[in-house]
Design a protein around this ligand. Structure first.
Ligand code: C6P
Length: 410
């Protein structure tokens, strides 16, 4: 994979920020968009824009065809058995909430347990807290090791006959930890529970096969995988999607409407009430084409190579604490750290002055910050357009930050 050539596809990267070439290391928050995706969106609005599944005119047919083709592309990308198992949503957060409201709330009751980890993003935590409050179910946490990983022994001890649902990120957005989802699915299924996988950080960065993982639900966002904002996916096993009630009611999702009752369309359209995210889905389809042409294995290998290099180079920065597993093979393409006792927001501000964009804060994972015993961290995250020189720029900027704050405190 030639990241330098790939960079050329991303017009936004070709600019200076504060007098320095932009070094974008915040793809875990949102990725940049390549020209082919931008072009597809532009062409859609210039030539095909119309509502879907309604009009019988030519533009309506074109838009509907493009929208449904995008569903097929996404299904192939994650190896879903059937495109009907791909529901377009606004993103990971909405997808998980749909499972919480449509699957969990009607089924769970007092005595039931929901298993998760303290490393979850708030989007894969708060919906389950709400389910627990509404149903009387209990939340149980698989303990974290000091490096933020979990062990299968602990998972097996936490998942028991009372477990009805396991919810876990495939890759943590803070530590980069890759969780053993396929093994967790086996543990969940052995006790009759379902597993909900938060794929926000994994689907953009590694090959995903929902059948091999045997997950019951998978949630992810288009904007972290070269697609537009405002579109995401809920994949589900056909049986669950068919049994689940829709979350939103109104136009588009109905079959027959009477004065006092109504029936719904089939899966997946019953979940897509109102005018769906047409351009977003088509843009996501283009992103899937783009990533597929490069190859998800190659993207994963590139992430790993950069993470390895970053872990090695960052060790040269005095006073830098790196969180998470030490081996790049155990991580996604990101590194989370703190520089001495300098607040990560200050670190990020100094880095920005050198054109280096990273994220600082609690990363929507406050319980994990408490586990790490820090208020916040800084995070550099990589993607297919990053190169070793981006990491060199990060390391250089961190040395500058260290020097700046040393002088500031004297
Ligand atoms: N994490 C980050 O900078 P949405 O916002 O719905 O597209 O994705 C939510 C989400 C859920 N799970 C995980 C593991 C995530 O990383 C995210 C988004 C961004 O880490 C924004 S907080």
């Amino acid at each position: 994979m030639n990241a330098s050539a790939i960079r050329e596809d991303f017009p936004i990267l070709n600019q200076t920020v504060n007098g320095h070439p932009l070094v974008y290391l915040d793809s875990a928050a949102t990725s940049q968009k390549p020209k082919p995706v931008i072009d597809v969106l532009k062409r859609y609005y210039e030539t095909d824009n119309s509502n879907v599944h309604r009009g019988v005119h030519t533009l309506g047919s074109r838009a509907t065809e493009a929208y449904e083709l995008a569903r097929e592309k996404v299904a192939q990308f994650i190896h879903a058995p059937d495109a009907a198992q791909v529901v377009f949503t606004r993103g990971t957060t909405e997808s998980i909430n749909m499972v919480a409201y449509g699957y969990a709330r009607p089924r769970l009751q007092p005595g039931d347990e929901i298993v998760l980890t303290a490393a979850e993003h708030h989007s894969n935590l708060i919906p389950w807290q709400q389910v627990a409050k509404a149903t009387g179910a209990t939340l149980r946490y698989i303990p974290l090791q000091p490096d933020g990983t979990i062990t299968l022994e602990d998972a097996a001890a936490t998942i028991n006959a009372k477990t009805k649902l396991v919810a876990i990120a495939h890759i943590s957005n803070v530590l980069g930890t890759i969780h053993p989802v396929a093994e967790l699915a086996k543990l969940a299924h052995a006790v009759g529970a379902v597993i909900v996988v938060d794929g926000a950080q994994s689907v953009p960065h590694m090959p995903t096969d929902v059948q091999a993982l045997d997950c019951d639900f998978l949630a992810f966002s288009g904007h972290k995988m070269c697609g537009p904002t405002g579109v995401g996916v809920l994949y589900g096993k056909r049986r669950w999607l068919d049994e689940m009630e829709p979350t939103y009611f109104g136009g588009e999702m109905i079959d027959v409407v009477e004065l006092y009752d109504a029936t719904w369309k089939d899966t997946p359209w019953k979940f897509e009430g109102g005018t769906p995210i047409i351009a977003g889905a088509i843009g996501l389809g283009a992103a899937v084409d783009y990533l597929t042409a490069i190859g998800m294995d190659a993207i994963r290998a590139h992430d790993q190579e950069l993470t390895d290099y970053a872990l090695e180079r960052l060790r040269s920065v005095p006073d830098l604490t790196i969180y998470g597993p030490v081996e790049a093979q155990q991580r996604g393409g990101l590194v989370t750290f703190n520089l001495g006792d300098i607040h990560p927001h200050d670190v990020s501000t100094v880095l920005d002055a050198e054109g280096v964009a990273i994220r600082a804060g609690h990363h929507c994972a406050q319980p994990l910050m408490r586990f790490l015993n820090v208020p916040a961290t800084a995070r550099a995250s990589f993607y297919l357009y990053n190169t070793r020189s981006d990491i060199d720029a990060l390391v250089h900027a961190l040395h500058s930050a260290k020097e700046f704050f040393q002088h500031a405190t004297v």
